[in-house]
Every structure is written in C-alpha cells, then in structure tokens.
Design a protein around this ligand. Structure first.
Ligand code: GUN
Ligand code: ZN
Length: 438
C-alpha cells in the first residue's frame, strides 16, 4: 500500500465522469473541477466551485485528468503469463497454454506472487474494480483475497469450476467443489469490498451435477453473482450441443440449471441466435464484451447493436490471457474497431460508460461505484494527458468531450500520456514512480 491516508482531501484538476442517470450520454466534464473525498473514502462533492464547508480541506492541485476507476468485468488472474500465446483458437489455446499454467496455482506461493502481480498491473492501468476468474484451487482463491488485503481493490471473484474436459489436476469431485465454494463464500464475507461470484468455467467443462449445484447455490443466496462464458466460438458451441443434446441452444443450457438471471455475467456472447438474444433480454443478465480476446483468438465479432437495441446491459472485460492487454483504453479502442468491422459506430462515451457504469451494473454495485458522484466510493485514477505533445494537442483541439475521449482511446496506449496514480476508497494505492507523491 502506497499510503493509508484517511483524512478528507480535495483534488483540483480537469475532471470527467459519466453519470448514472440511465443514459450513456450523460456526463460531467470540467476544465477546472473539484473532487472532495471524505474520511470514509466516499465522495462528498464533485463540481466546478468548492463549497465553503470544504474550503479548509487540503487541496491537491494537478494537471492530470481525474477519471473514474475502470471496471474490468471479466479477467482471469492466473492467465497473465499466457498473454500472447501464438497461433491457436479457443479450445486448443486452453489445452496448450492455459490449463498447464493454471495447474501451477495449486502452489500457494506461486499463486500469491501472481495474484499480487496481477492486482498491481491492473491498478497501474486505472482499474479499481474487477470480476476475476481464479482457478479450481482453494489456495489460488485465498491468494487473491490475501493480496487484495494490502492492495484494496473492489473485487468479485470465484473458484473456477471444472469436473470434465480438463486435465485431472484441474478437475474436482462435486463434493470437493462444494466444500471449496462454501469456504470461499465464508471467507469472502469477512472481507471489505470482496464479493463472491459462482464461477462454472463454461458448460463443456462442467457436468450436469456441477451446473445444478451452481444454480441451486445462486438461488439460495441473493448476495451471490454468477460468471461464465458463452457463445465464444463455433467449435465450443458445437461441443456444447453434443454434450447437452436436449437444450435448444447454449443459453438454454445455463437457463435449465438456474444460471440465467439478473445476477449473471456472461462473457463474449458473440454467436447468439435471435432466440438467445430475446431470452437474454428478458432475464436481465449482463454481457461482458471482451474485444481484445475476440480478435486475438479469432473468435468473432461482437454485435453491439444486438445488445444495445434490446436494452441488455454491457460491461467490458480484458479477458486476459485470451485478451492481450489489461489497459482499459486498449480494450475500448478494440471494441470500437470490432464494431466498425460490423458496420457499427460506437460513441466513445458509450465505451467509457460500458467500462465504468456498465461493469458496475453487471456486478450490482452501480449505487456505489462506476462514476464520480457524491456518496459513491472515491475510486479514481489520474491520467497524464499533457506529456505527449501530439496527444495533448489533439486533446486541446477537440471540440467536444466525445472527441477528447476518443483521442485518449487511440493515442494514449502508444504515447507518453498514461495513468499516473490510482485511488480506491480515497486511498492512494498505486502511483508512477516518476510522479511526486500525494
Ligand atoms: N472459455 C472457457 N474458459 C475460457 C478462458 O479461460 N478464456 C476464454 N477466453 N474463454 C474461455
Ligand atoms: Zn474468459
């Protein structure tokens, strides 16, 4: 932890936030704004004039853009070492690269090192909340919990369930899976800002018995979420239909086990049928679009309009290691490009909304995260937008906030501009070593 400071303070600078008014086109932008953080780590005020009652708070003045922390709504912490694995598509990629890496997480010291590395990497990219897949191992899940005690992100995670179609070292009996889940739920309850998501990996790696257990658990405890994968590749869909011949489609498999509802997060959802879209919309479930994964593995092109036109909530995920980057700006730029390849044009404000409030809604926390509004947690990052000459020129020249955000998405990953500090609940958790301290 960089600093455990709890006194109230003010940050004064350029400030952007989407607003939680229901529309993706509502936002605040100030060239000279104030963010007031209370001693409980919540936001007390956001605006362009500092109210008298906060005038005695310490004010940090900076040139950096104050931006809400991002929500990575689908990411696998054990897969950082398999990013950029060459040449395969999903099912072969899992067998060849991913499962061999995940086996290593049965070792608690390896898992501990990787968990801390992962959390630090996402903080350094301005991510303050994430829905994280672990592995099947209890020690791997506990390693994530332990690392986060020091690093203080807002996490949702679960033990990744598999009992078939995987190496023996990653498959467990249902009784063992029940036991690990119960312990993991129990320990998560004792932690601040750590929610539990039941996590069957995907239908073809889970028996009927395992999916049935997951559905019952979801039904029995309304505080739990459920996260899994769906309709990512044609091969996976074929394998699913062979293993579940009675289901009309992939979504029906999950529905038949009680896994389709408003606390469900489904990653990918690229190859849906019309019936699946309709059923999905009725359920209130969220989709997590993972564009860098979909292009890297060659899985297909997400149909943004298919979801938006039906009012389905969308979050964005890096899906590392299928995805090649933990950087939210890379993810948003890739989502824009994928949509273009389908003849669709995504507004940069909508992309930011998906990566903040959309993710917050998916994990049922939009009342406390996802935007910089009074009462929410002070989860935010500071972005240096001035270091890169060309980037800053474009920022200044942009006539609208849409254009400013769009230039960040495409120029920032490749420029000197970058996230320089990240705060969760008002506490500085990470800062670029070249930056002066707070
Ligand atoms: N489907 C099942 N497991 C995985 C995984 O680890 N990554 C991706 N992208 N898809 C999956
Ligand atoms: Zn995934």
């Amino acid at each position: 932890m960089v600093s455990d400071k709890k006194e109230p303070f003010v940050i004064r600078s350029r400030l952007f936030t989407p607003l939680d008014g229901g529309g993706s086109d509502e936002y605040l932008y100030y060239d000279d704004g104030f963010l007031v953080v209370g001693d409980g780590g919540r936001i007390l005020f956001v605006g362009s004039e500092l109210p008298e009652e906060y005038a005695h708070y310490r004010v940090h003045r900076t040139q950096h853009l104050i931006f809400p922390g991002f929500v990575d709504a689908h990411v696998h912490y054990p897969q950082v070492p398999v990013v950029a694995s060459y040449g395969t598509s999903l099912l072969e990629w899992l067998d060849k690269y991913t499962f061999p890496e995940e086996i290593k997480y049965g070792d608690s010291s390896y898992a501990g090192r990787r968990a801390a590395q992962f959390l630090t990497l996402i903080l350094a990219r301005g991510v303050t909340s994430a829905a994280v897949f672990s592995t099947i191992h209890q020690v791997a899940f506990e390693a994530l919990q332990a690392s986060n005690r020091d690093l203080g992100l807002n996490l949702v995670s679960g033990v990744t369930g598999m009992d078939r179609g995987a190496p023996d070292a990653l498959s467990v009996d249902i009784d063992v899976f029940k036991d690990i889940n119960e312990k993991a739920i129990e320990t998560s309850r004792g932690l601040e800002r750590f929610g539990y998501a039941i996590t069957p990996r995907f239908a073809i790696s889970c028996s009927d018995q395992m999916l049935d257990y997951c559905g019952q658990l979801l039904e029995s405890d309304q505080s739990l979420l459920m996260q899994t994968h769906i309709n990512e590749t044609e091969d996976e869909i074929l394998a699913t239909s062979e293993l579940f011949p009675n289901a009309a489609d992939y979504l029906e498999v999950y529905d038949s086990f009680g896994l389709l509802g408003d606390r469900s997060l489904f990653a990918h959802g690229i190859h849906n049928t019309a019936t699946e879209y309709e059923r999905w919309a009725l359920s209130g479930a969220s989709v997590v679009h993972c564009p860098t994964s979909n292009t890297f593995l060659g899985s297909g092109l997400f149909d943004a309009d298919g979801y938006v036109s039906r009012g389905i909530n969308v979050g964005l995920g890096s899906d590392v290691g299928g995805g090649f980057s933990l950087n939210p700006f890379v993810t948003m730029a890739e989502a824009y490009k994928v949509a273009k390849l389908r003849g669709q044009v995504l507004d940069p404000l909508l992309l930011v909304y998906w990566h903040t409030l959309g993710g917050a809604k998916a994990i049922h926390q939009d009342d406390s995260i996802g935007s910089l509004e009074s009462g929410k947690y002070a989860d935010f990052c500071l972005i240096d937008i001035t270091s890169d000459e060309v980037g800053f020129e474009m920022w200044e020249r942009a006539g609208t906030v849409h254009e400013k955000l769009f230039s960040l998405m495409f120029l920032m990953p490749d420029s000197k501009n970058r996230v320089v500090a990240t705060f969760t609940a008002g506490v500085l958790r990470w800062q670029d070593e070249t930056e002066p301290g707070f």
